[in-house]
Design a protein around this ligand. Structure first.
Ligand code: SF4
Ligand SMILES: [Zn+2]
Ligand SMILES: [Zn+2]
Length: 310
């Protein structure tokens, strides 16, 4: 199959656009979509600190590379890459090696935060002590908390996440299916600032997972292919499969789900989270009396966090 923009062979088809693209045009197209996303999500940002969540997988590695590229001509913008070690030996160790390699290659400061030190427990420890619980349900909450804390410590004005189009469309579908419309306003990319929360942005929001993978490969980025041993139990898996099937029969479903979120936000039907409560225990932003981190630490019988110093 030939590229729809030149004479070269295509490396990927894009049914949602009705075309095929070669390596060169795929790279250019991913970079252009990321550039527009930065422009839209972080307007007029010319000085300050941008933190990038870096797991060492394809998505976050591509996100760091694209962030570095986007701000290359702005020396007034400082980048900090942040990796969270949730305590999943045999999986996280390899991804951290890749994360370190990419940070060094780009000359970006790299910080690693450990759940064991910060929270007093790890994902694997809880997976053993609470076999009935799905590990991702607390691992994801704790990772978000540790990333936000580390981004604040780095003085970051924004936190870049590697979420791709598939990830975000799955999240929209999950929230709609569960009737949790308010959560649509709290998911990345953020449209408003909330006290205590570093705004999260997603430069790969318009790029499907398959294209992110190819981009990372074609750009020769170091990333780890390993899969977390707990991934098979994630509630998200069923939504991933449903979305694949929907996308196959109705190309453009993922973009349509993201547009649905936008429209609900524009009409004020989904909470944008601009006025959250504070957790009574640790002081972090919360939507009730306790934040999710503290609720889950309590469920795991881990001693409470030390309150934040204002
Ligand atoms: S798959 Fe689940 S348990 Fe594994 S790192 Fe991701 S959120 Fe954590
Ligand atoms: Zn081409
Ligand atoms: Zn709390």
């Amino acid at each position: 199959m030939r590229c729809g923009h030149c004479e070269r062979s295509a490396v990927v088809d894009r049914p949602y656009r009705g075309d095929h693209v070669c390596e060169t045009h795929l790279i250019a197209s991913v970079e252009e979509r990321a550039r527009r996303a930065f422009h839209r999500q972080l307007p007029k940002f010319s000085a300050g600190t941008v933190a990038v969540a870096l797991s060492g997988g394809k998505d976050s590695s591509a996100a760091l590379h694209l962030t570095h590229r986007y701000f290359a001509r702005r020396p007034t913008v400082r980048l900090v890459a942040i990796s969270v070690d949730e305590g999943i030996p045999g999986y996280r160790d390899a991804t951290l090696v890749a994360a370190r390699a990419l940070s060094e290659r780009l000359g970006v400061e790299h910080r690693v935060v450990e759940a064991a030190t910060r929270l007093g427990t790890t994902t694997d420890r809880v997976a053993r002590s609470r076999p009935e619980a799905i590990p991702c349900s607390y691992c994801g909450v704790w990772r978000r908390r540790l990333l936000n804390d580390a981004a604040r410590e780095a003085g970051a004005d924004a936190l870049v996440l590697g979420f791709n189009l598939d990830d975000l469309a799955q999240t929209v579908l999950m929230n709609l299916t569960r009737g949790e419309v308010d959560r649509l306003g709290r998911m990345a990319p953020h449209r408003s600032r909330r006290p205590g929360l570093v705004p999260r942005i997603a430069p790969l929001a318009d790029v499907p997972e398959r294209e992110v993978f190819l981009y990372a490969r074609l750009r020769g980025l170091p990333f780890d292919h390993g899969e977390c041993p707990h991934a098979g139990r994630a509630a998200r898996n069923v939504f991933r499969e449903v979305l694949w099937r929907l996308e196959e029969s109705m190309p453009g479903t993922r973009q349509a789900l993201l547009r649905t979120r936008e429209r609900l936000l524009e009409r004020g039907l989904a909470d944008d989270g601009s006025a959250p409560d504070s957790c009574l225990r640790c002081g972090a932003p919360a939507t009730g009396t306790l934040c999710r981190t503290c609720v889950l630490l309590e469920a795991a019988h881990v001693p409470p966090l030390v309150p934040e110093v204002p």
